[in-house]
Design a protein around this ligand. Structure first.
Ligand code: IVH
Length: 709
């Protein structure tokens, strides 16, 4: 039931009804404005896109039924978005429209029928469509004058955008000059304005958030907010450090270039100029509409395989003349449509709440759900984070709850729907004792998590083993939670070093490994494979071992960073917190956590046992070229766009030659390596008198020569 339905039930007094509806419309408008503010200005939404759409669509429906409720300042009457005060404004050459949505093949067919009605018979014979992914990032408008990138803006309110030229210049995919390939023989158009989407790859987004969380810094709710938050920075060096990417998907203005008749040709032209045009674009004739629908469905089923977030497909009429003729309704063009894929959220019943013990002893509540299909996958359980999450949201056993599943991430319960309660629901509370070992549970003051503090808790050990052997840690193939449970239960594993001291004879006798009469060779092989992969893992790089230990705040990224500064785990073992926090990227919290872990005698003993078992403890540095290590003892900061090396390549180059790279300029910086469009770091270096060199000078320095020419 939507609130509109409840409000449109027969009411005796017609005037009272309109009053109610007007109040509802005002309430919706206020809520929409608030959430737009959170989304567009703060880049920090409180509710999901789906929940926002529900509010917006309700208001659209209400106004459609009762046009007298539609006020000029209603959120439905804006092209969308907001502009912030802190950026210069740019007026767009044409309104930046948005797209009407379609859900399901029925609405797609209805759109096509409408096109057929609006176009002439002759045009219908030439009708074709271009199908593109709908990228989930931040819309940007890019201006090129005589081949130079001169201006970039956000979409803003559709009429005015925020000028973010300096920030956009840091996006590596964005050519600062077109044609990007000067040997292409093409000439630059005198004026070109294109529309595109700045976005972030899913892995980069996750990595960034992980790193931020480890350092106790702000994280972003989703890739779109990451893109927006990164591009709407007053300091472009912050943007430069963010892994932003770009696709362009519309030529808004082309002057002094070829005459373009179709969107397809326009995209080919943009691509030839060196602008990033997504390759996942298809063209279908109107008589191939069935294939188009099949393509959309197949694309939808596989969209999670793409490196970036896609929330639908955009279908556009190919002919630019037909686009012109079809025009707009309100804020949406008639010639394009956003086909949205089935939501990633579903409503189901919360059957029970059970608690699981993790490797750190943290006890987390998990939802047992009435199985429900979300985006084609059956979901039966979901995370509920911690005790406070459940209490703050007032989630009760028996509630109907909204569950979200997106891509690879663990499904989560977003909120209950209290309006659907029957009175049978039960309030849950955290158990007093550990479900695995029976020890009393403890919740430290100021923490959200509850812990089982029994070091001998078998469930903690199982989880610690599972993590140790996992893909991001020692990566032992054929070793998973099942084997961890079995070996702990059998008493073969008491600490992590026991993984390397397994009693293989006895294991050969266990069910699943036993080489009895049937399937004997298969079991034998499984056993040998497991043994071999455990053996092989002894030679994993030390940062993987450090990750595998499961020290709080020390994930892959931190572990790799830390091991760049130590030659072995034994060296790290005796590092002071001061020494650790002097590493760029390691905050006091991480330093303390590492230090405290190595201060525990059992942990030190574990390291010796692992070493005794033959696990690698020393760092293997990449073999360096003959004239290597010429940059030893020097600290570099790289800024701006270098002529030939990317930022990462430059950093690797420096490290391979023994130098150190940090993210910010200080009096300890030996050299600042600058490229084009260097920003605040250059200022800082000038202020502090830090020597400034370019890429060529860096290379000369690495060859052992003086930096100056
Ligand atoms: S075309 C007038 N194509 O989706 C039509 N938009 O909900 C202009 N978007 O704000 C838009 N991918 O920024 C178009 N391949 C694509 C797109 C795309 C993402 C964004 C666009 C717009 C939003 C509309």
């Amino acid at each position: 039931m939507t609130p509109t339905e409840s409000l449109t039930e027969p009411v005796a007094d017609e005037a009272a009804k309109i009053d109610d509806l007007a109040a509802r419309a005002a309430q919706l408008a206020a809520a929409i404005r608030y959430h737009q503010y959170r989304y567009y200005i703060l880049d920090d939404p409180e509710i999901s896109d789906a929940a926002f759409d529900a509010l917006f669509n309700e208001l659209v429906a209400l106004e459609a039924k009762h046009p007298e409720l539609r006020t000029p300042d209603s959120p439905t009457q804006r092209v969308g978005g907001y502009i912030a005060e802190r950026f210069e404004k740019t007026q767009h050459p044409a309104p930046m429209l948005s797209l009407a949505n379609a859900f399901g093949p029925g609405e797609l067919a209805a759109w096509r029928d409408r096109l057929h009605r609006l176009l002439s018979e002759e045009e219908r014979t030439r009708l074709a469509y271009v199908v593109e992914p709908k990228f989930d990032g931040l819309t940007v408008v890019l201006h090129y004058e005589n081949g130079m990138f001169t201006l970039g803006a956000t979409r803003g309110d559709g009429i005015f955008g925020e000028t973010i030229t300096a920030n956009l210049r840091t996006v590596r995919r964005l050519p600062l000059q077109i044609p990007a390939d000067r040997s292409s023989g093409m000439t630059a158009p005198s004026r070109l304005v294109v529309r595109g989407e700045a976005y972030v790859d899913k892995v980069d987004f996750e990595r960034f958030n992980q790193r931020q969380a480890e350092a106790g810094e702000r994280t972003f709710a989703n890739p779109r907010n990451f893109a927006a938050g990164s591009l709407r920075q007053l300091d472009s060096s912050i943007t430069a450090a963010r892994p932003l990417k770009l696709w362009v998907y519309q030529a808004l203005i082309v002057e002094g270039g070829p005459a373009l008749a179709s969107h397809w040709d326009a995209l080919a032209y943009l691509r030839a100029l060196g602008l990033p045009v997504c390759p996942a674009i298809r063209r279908f004739g109107d008589d191939e509409f069935d294939q188009l629908v099949a393509y959309i469905e197949e694309f939808g089923a596989r969209r999670h395989e793409l490196p970036y977030e896609v929330d639908g497909i955009v279908i556009k009429v190919d002919s630019l003349a037909m686009q012109q003729e079809l025009g707009f309704t309100g804020k949406d063009p008639r010639w394009a449509l956003a086909y949205k894929y089935a939501g990633e959220e579903a409503v189901t019943t919360l059957l029970d709440i059970v608690v699981n013990v993790g490797r750190t002893g943290a006890v987390t509540p998990n939802a047992v759900l009435e199985p429900v299909s979300i985006g084609g996958v059956i979901v039966k359980s979901a995370t509920l984070h911690n005790e406070d999450y459940i209490r703050d949201l007032d989630i009760r056993i028996g509630d109907k709850v909204v569950v979200k599943r997106a891509g690879e991430v663990i499904p989560k319960v977003l909120r209950p729907l209290p309006e659907l309660r029957t009175g049978e629901e039960r309030i849950w509370s955290m158990p007093a004792t550990c479900p695995a070992c029976g020890a009393a549970l403890v919740r430290p003051a100021g923490e959200a998590a509850t812990y089982c503090v029994n070091n001998a808790c078998p469930e903690q050990l199982v989880r610690a083993v599972e993590y140790f052997v996992g893909r991001n840690a020692m990566d032992i193939a054929g070793f998973g939670i099942k084997q961890a449970e079995l070996f702990v239960e059998q008493g073969f594993i008491h600490n992590l070093a026991d993984i390397y001291r397994l009693p293989w004879e006895k294991i050969g006798e266990l069910k699943g490994f036993k080489s009895g009469k049937s399937r004997s060779s298969e079991n034998q092989k499984r056993l040998e494979n497991l043994r071999a992969s455990i053996e092989k893992s002894k030679d994993q790089p030390v940062h993987r071992l450090l990750t595998a230990l499961g020290i709080r705040y020390v994930g892959e990224v931190v572990a790799e960073l830390v091991m760049q500064h130590y030659d072995s785990l034994f060296d790290l073992m005796d590092a002071t917190t001061e020494e650790l926090s002097a590493i760029d990227g390691i905050g006091p919290r991480i330093a303390q956590s590492i230090h405290d872990w190595f201060a525990v005698p059992e942990n030190r003993e574990l390291i010796s046992q692992l070493a005794e078992a033959g696990v690698r403890m020393t760092v293997e540095r990449a073999p360096s070229p003959a004239n290597a290590l010429t940059l030893t003892g020097m600290t570099f900061v790289v800024t701006g766009t270098l002529p030939t090396l990317t930022r990462e390549q430059a950093e690797t180059f420096i490290k391979q030659h023994g130098g150190k790279v940090t993210g910010s300029v200080s009096k300890n910086t030996t050299y600042l390596v600058v490229g084009e469009n260097a920003g605040s770091k250059l200022q800082k270096a000038l202020q502090l008198g830090v020597p400034i060199i370019d890429e060529e000078q860096l290379k000369r320095l690495a060859e052992g020569g003086p930096p100056a020419s």
